[in-house]
Design a protein around this ligand. Sequence first.
Ligand code: HEM
Length: 421
Amino acid sequence: MLAQWQREHGDVVHARIRPEHFVMVSDPERVRELLVANHDGLIRWERGMRVFSRIHGHSVLIAEGEAWHGKRHTLQANFSRSEALAFVPAITAAAERAMARWPARSEAWPIEDELTSLAMTVILHMVFSEGIGEEALSVARAVRVLGEAANKDMFLPASGPDWLPWKRARRQSLALLNGLIGRHVAARLALPRDAWPDDLLSRLLDQHRLDAAAWPLRAVRDECMTAFLAGHDTVAATLTWWTWCMAANPDAQAAAREEVNRVLGEAAPTAGHLASLACVRRTLQETMRLYPAAPVLFSRRSTRPVALGPWLLPEGVMFTVPVQLIHHDPRWFPEPGVFRPERFDPAVTTIPHGAYLPFGAGPRVCLGQHLALTEMTVVAALLLRRWAVSAPEGMVPPRAVMNVTLKPDRPLRLRLSVPPA
Ligand code: HEM
């Protein structure tokens, strides 16, 4: 429908769908004007946030105005580029441990489950200095149940109470995640301060000790929940799509592997190697163009009149930035259906600002983007070094479906084999 609006009416389209005034913005320059220049006149889509807040509480993802600003400011330092790079040894160790259990060959390896469990381990290390063991599958199931429930609820005018019998799976899933986070917080508080590891939880608990009014334990819990969910589900979805893109594009896979072998040899990846893994990074960038993991976060409501090009749009408008449509626009991405990582080569790129938005834009840009890119590059390099991925015989290509994040329509399984020498 959005593609049809764009075809028929252009890049800024107003539609009256009572009770809303919708405005779709698909011109890169106007997108930046909206998300960057006008960011202080916008809030996230209220209904979506009301549904998410039942899981995330009042975390940085949900908060608005001064409350958001304070949280973002406190959290930002933990998610800087240098913090992400300092985390490379932990990411490498977690990935190598996980991959040591993968077979040398498999006809249909459950790559999505494996990458999801790895992404969980990495973020749990970052937040709690601990990984996940036996629980991984049940936690992944709980995340899926909550995602499916949220996805349905968002488009209803209101959510029914949780005690309704058909909400049992949702109720149990939320209890499981709350239990996971709650256990970590309680265990940390039971330790003397000088025995706390240096991780996100300790840093948040220090904020709590400093200013319990601004950072009650509830707020600490909320940030841990958001970091856990936003920090693994998106990465798992992107890495899963990346393996599919590699399987479907053997030449790009071979070129990326050649780079990994040349740059790393047998060495473990370090922060110093990352800049030289440009070809691997571009395969990830191109994957995120085709499959941006979190398109649901791109709706905004204006809280004051918003100037957009020649228009002045009033308070109360629902703006939507159709990120998938923009990422497939041949004006910015020639042959948009083709997997072509070279388009991100800085020497040749012609992608305008505002046309490539996997992490959003403006002050609310993804908090974890450096961590995500660092983690995905390390995992991709380690995977390429040991395995060639391809589609199992007769496999039907996966379809992208929205389940809060953009996922394959069924859990992805791929063939693993020994890469050519
Ligand atoms: C491939 C991985 C990821 C993708 C594609 C992604 C994408 C996004 C997008 C599109 C947004 C909304 C931006 C906007 O509204 O303009 C967002 C926000 C956010 N992301 Fe990510 N994300 C990823 C990984 C992560 C990781 C690893 C974390 C770590 C904790 C994280 C934490 C957050 C948080 C806390 C927000 C809310 C920021 C705010 O409202 O100020 N994300 N992400």
